[in-house]
Ligand binder design. Sequence first.
Ligand code: DP6
Length: 352
Amino acid sequence: MEDQFKLTETPQLKPKLTASWQAPSNIALVKYWGKHGTQLPANPSISFTLNDCRTITTLTATQSDHHSFEVLLDGKPKPSFAPKIESYFKRIENYSPWIKSYKFKIETTNTFPHSSGIASSASSMAAMSSCIVAMESELTGTKIDKKKASFLARLGSGSACRSLEGKLVVWGEHADTAGSSDLYGVDVSVNLHPIFQDFQDTILLVDKGEKTVSSTLGHELMNGHAFAKARFLQAHSNLTEIKKYLASGDLDGFIKITESEALTLHSMMMTSHPYFMLMKPNTLSIIEEIWKFRNVTKTPVCFTLDAGANVHMLYPAADKEAVEELIKSKLAQYCQNEHYICDHIGNGASAV
Ligand code: DP6
């Protein structure tokens, strides 16, 4: 199956290639947690593609007798990014062998603050893979293959393969999702009810620090986890169920699965060996306030969490004002420096 992404022809090389692409972050509703082989997910996941939290990458390739790269963040060398990019290039060279004949300059910038504790690996690997695929299309004279961009992005960071398309993407084989694959993300937005089309995601920054558990270690904790089998099965049924709600516009159903998935992700971390507690007291305070607000006002706002303390609040655009008021009056005080980021659903990667 992977072979479909191997470039078999040897293209006529050009001395210099450049590409500039942007790709957004995404927020999972059914979570990817656990992997095997080379970046293959233990269960299928589904995410909303975001809009404003993006990485913009300009890639310059100069023909050379050996492969090398340099990476700059906001114009400054960023050697700490090198190991991840090194292993990314190693994994993709089998599929795009021409990269071995170039040295690369990677110039990257994020629209969200670097020290916000928001993972940028999804947006950055998606932007970088889009650049690689754009260059490949220039060399081969064929059109840009977004499916291959998603496939390559996955090899950099699993969740990155969900950042190429918008607005709703499934990654991982799932019996009820036609065309789904462990190898790349598929756009399932055709079935998205209008109420979700302009859904909002406000990210409450409870903790802006570096992640205490790297995602690589986190995924490993699912190997031999006492509840792994049940969890992976549950992800399949949760995906079937949430897709129904996303199509029908059932906000209560959507909230039930989304919040349960977030808490399950954290439960997996709390019950693994070693065990971790990534929620902070302020995370819990925010969750309680959201529940209270929802009970009293019936506003369909809910939360989800990634592998960290920050809270993503998800809600319809029509409820923006009420939620903004809640944030300002109650929730901002639980955020570091009262900092939060407003984002909404978007359309994926594009050339800049
Ligand atoms: C909790 O995609 O960061 O955000 O494949 O090791 O790069 P790697 O992991 P990564 O894991 C993301 C996990 C998650 C849930 C999700 O986005 O589905």
